[in-house]
Structures are given as structure tokens and as C-alpha cells.
Design a protein around this ligand. Structure first.
Ligand SMILES: Nc1ncnc2c1ncn2[C@@H]1O[C@H](COP(=O)(O)OP(=O)(O)OP(=O)(O)O)[C@@H](O)[C@H]1O
Length: 341
């Protein structure tokens, strides 16, 4: 992966008529990166992808790719590939012809078409499936054909819209690994859209978290998972106990509460995952409202003066009974420090 910006979205505002869907978006992507656009429904992921492919003309802003301004370059001249959620394979064509389709339209020499299709099918592990029709393939195999069909066009950037959402859970895991391998081997810069945080965490080099048409946070999976900058991102990646900071304290249902140390300077909120809450000792007390066995751990819901608290403990630790009162703590040194609430 190079350090230089390869695909750059600069001050991009995207609208459907008068409805602004994405406002002043800035994002720089490096060559060979695997980027996930992550966010809830309606946050502008697909709209951003449509602008990169050239299917939506920006209201303002600029898109550059590989040094060229492509803001107003037609979709078919951008060297940007797109893999849809619903593969969109031609049912009457064989796997080979599906993959060869775009190359034939470009009127490339037959020898080159054959070479590129063979290489593309080998890349996605479908070397032996040339003459099958899409209906004779599993969902995962159809997805691979769609991937090969885009790769043989040698795009500068490949966009994937919810690429794994049509697959069952087991296949989705398998295709995650596969997609990562294909990306590494081909070196193609990829941007994929997902609303599944686990998928983004598992696959991406960097995650772009979007909310209401704007970027909330950009970072590595570790950054986003461990160091969410805002309440929205913390919530999205599984923090359950989130409190605003007020001076030296956190603001709770029972008013300001001090922790065992002052919150970091500049913090506007603190957040704990359930497994970051100390149970069995600490400065606070709560009543166990519910307990659920979750394999390796037990999950608890506590009613406390601070408000509801979700905690999790190793299943090997003694269990707390519903109705009992338990001491707990919110250790400040374990909390994620939120810059924005
Ligand atoms: N063709 C359209 N005309 C008008 N508004 C649209 C159109 N397409 C999308 N929008 C609006 O733009 C905003 C962003 O939509 P977009 O499809 O980009 O979201 P998304 O993050 O991809 O959501 P999802 O995960 O549901 O696909 C939404 O408020 C949506 O209602």
C-alpha cells in the first residue's frame, strides 16, 4: 500500500433534487487500501458510492482518482468497478461468458480475453466452473463470479455494495476471508459498504463511520473498536454504559458522580463495554434485574442510581442471582474517552 492519496473525495456534497444526502464529505484513500463505509440505513453510504462510480453528479466538490479529476467523467470512462449486492449475473450465459462480457464489449483480442478470464476465475477459485450457468452455482460462487467479472476489467477502484449480505452466516465468514485474499493478491483498491460492524472490523484496513450524511470517524478497526470518538460510534460498536462528563464527574440519573479518578481533560463523555465494568466490588451498588448465560460469560442488567448498567463477567466466576444487590465500579482507566456526545 502506498502512502499517497489515490482516490480523493474533497468537500463533496451530494443531493437528490433539493434533498441533501451527503454534505461536505472529505475522504482520502490510498492505493491498495480496503475501506469500509459503515453506518446505519440512510446515512449516505450508497449515495457516496454512486458519486464515486459516476452514477450521481455531485452538487459540489471534487473527486480525483490516480491524479486525474474525474468529478464529471462519465461512469464508463472512470475505471471504477462495481459489484452489486444482487450479483446481477446474466442467467443465460456461462460463468466464462459472464466474466468475459465487459471485455467483449471493449472488443479486446480473443486471446487476451481468454487469458484475463482464466486469470480472473483462478483468482476467485472458480477455475473449474467455466461452463456452468449461474443457476448451477451456490450463492458464494455467484458472488465470486461477480467479483471476477469486475476484476478482469482491471479497475483502479472496485466498489462493493453490501457484498456479503445475501449469503448465509457460514458462507459470509468464508467469503470475508476470500475477499480479503483476493484484495491482497490483486492489490486493487476496494471500498465496500456495510451496515454490519463485525464485517467492517474483520475486513477493512480502515473504517469510515458515517452518520446522517457526514463522516463521524475514520480509523483502523482497532481505533474504531477501542477508541470511538463520539457517542454515536461508541454505541454502534457495542459500548453500553455511556455517560456525559460534567467537570470532574459523570452525569448520571442520580446527578453528578465522581469516579476513582478524574476524567481526561477534554473528555465530553466516558463509555464502558459490559466487560469493562467491575462486578462484585466498587464504589456503586445495583440490583441484579436479569442475568443471562452467554457461553463463556454471563451478562447482567443492573438497576442502579446511575441508571441501568450492563455488565459481563467470565462464566467461571460465581454467578450473581437476580434480585441480589451487587457492588460494581466503572473504572475510569478502562473507559473509552469520547470527544463528542
Ligand atoms: N433516489 C433518491 N431520491 C431521494 N432521496 C434519496 C434517494 N436515494 C437515497 N435518498 C436519501 O438519501 C439519504 C442517504 O441514502 P443512502 O441510500 O445513501 O443511504 P445508505 O447509507 O446507503 O442506506 P442503506 O444502508 O439503507 O442502503 C437517505 O436519507 C435517503 O432517503
Amino acid at each position: 500500500m502506498s502512502d499517497e492519496t489515490y482516490l480523493d473525495l474533497s468537500d463533496l456534497t451530494l443531493a437528490y433534487g433539493k434533498t441533501v444526502a451527503v454534505e461536505s464529505l472529505n475522504l482520502s484513500i490510498r492505493k491498495g487500501e480496503l475501506i469500509a463505509l459503515l453506518g446505519p440505513s440512510g446515512c449516505g453510504k450508497t449515495t457516496t458510492m454512486r458519486a464515486i462510480t459516476g452514477l450521481l453528479r455531485p452538487a459540489s466538490g471534487k473527486i480525483t482518482l490516480d491524479g486525474a479529476d474525474i468529478t464529471y467523467v462519465p461512469a464508463n470512462k472512470r475505471h471504477v468497478g462495481l459489484v452489486f449486492q444482487s450479483y446481477a449475473l446474466f442467467p443465460h450465459l456461462t460463468v466464462f461468458e459472464n466474466v468475459a462480457f465487459g471485455l467483449r464489449l471493449k472488443k479486446l483480442p480473443t486471446v487476451e480475453i481468454n487469458q484475463r478470464v482464466e486469470a480472473g476465475l483462478a483468482m476467485v477459485g472458480l477455475g473449474k466452473f467455466h461452463s456452468r450457468k449461474p443457476a448451477e452455482l451456490s450463492g458464494g460462487q455467484q458472488q465470486r463470479v461477480a467479483l471476477a467479472r469486475s476484476l478482469v476489467m482491471e479497475p483502479k477502484v472496485l466498489l462493493l455494495d453490501e457484498p456479503l449480505s445475501n449469503l448465509d452466516a457460514r458462507l459470509r465468514l468464508e467469503m470475508r476471508t476470500e475477499l480479503q485474499r483476493v484484495q491482497r493478491e490483486s492489490g486493487v483498491t476496494m471500498v465496500f459498504v456495510t451496515h454490519d460492524q463485525n464485517e467492517a472490523l474483520a475486513l477493512a484496513d480502515r473504517i469510515v463511520v458515517m452518520k446522517e450524511g457526514a463522516i463521524e470517524q475514520v480509523g483502523s478497526p482497532e481505533d474504531v473498536y477501542n477508541r470511538p470518538q463520539s457517542r454515536f460510534v461508541a454505541d454502534f460498536v457495542g459500548f453500553e454504559n455511556i455517560f456525559p462528563v460534567e467537570g470532574d464527574s459523570i452525569r448520571t440519573e442520580a446527578g453528578a458522580m465522581q469516579l476513582s479518578a478524574k476524567p481526561a481533560a477534554g473528555a465530553s463523555g466516558l463509555a464502558w463495554r459490559p466487560n469493562m465494568v467491575t462486578l462484585g466490588e466498587g464504589r456503586f451498588e445495583g440490583e441484579v434485574l436479569g442475568a443471562a448465560f452467554a457461553g463463556g460469560s454471563r451478562e447482567y442488567l443492573l438497576k442502579s442510581p446511575l441508571g441501568p448498567i450492563k455488565a459481563e463477567m467470565d462464566a467461571s466466576a460465581p454467578a450473581f442471582e437476580p434480585g441480589s444487590t451487587v457492588a460494581f465500579d466503572l473504572p475510569p482507566e478502562r473507559a473509552a474517552v469520547l470527544e463528542r456526545m
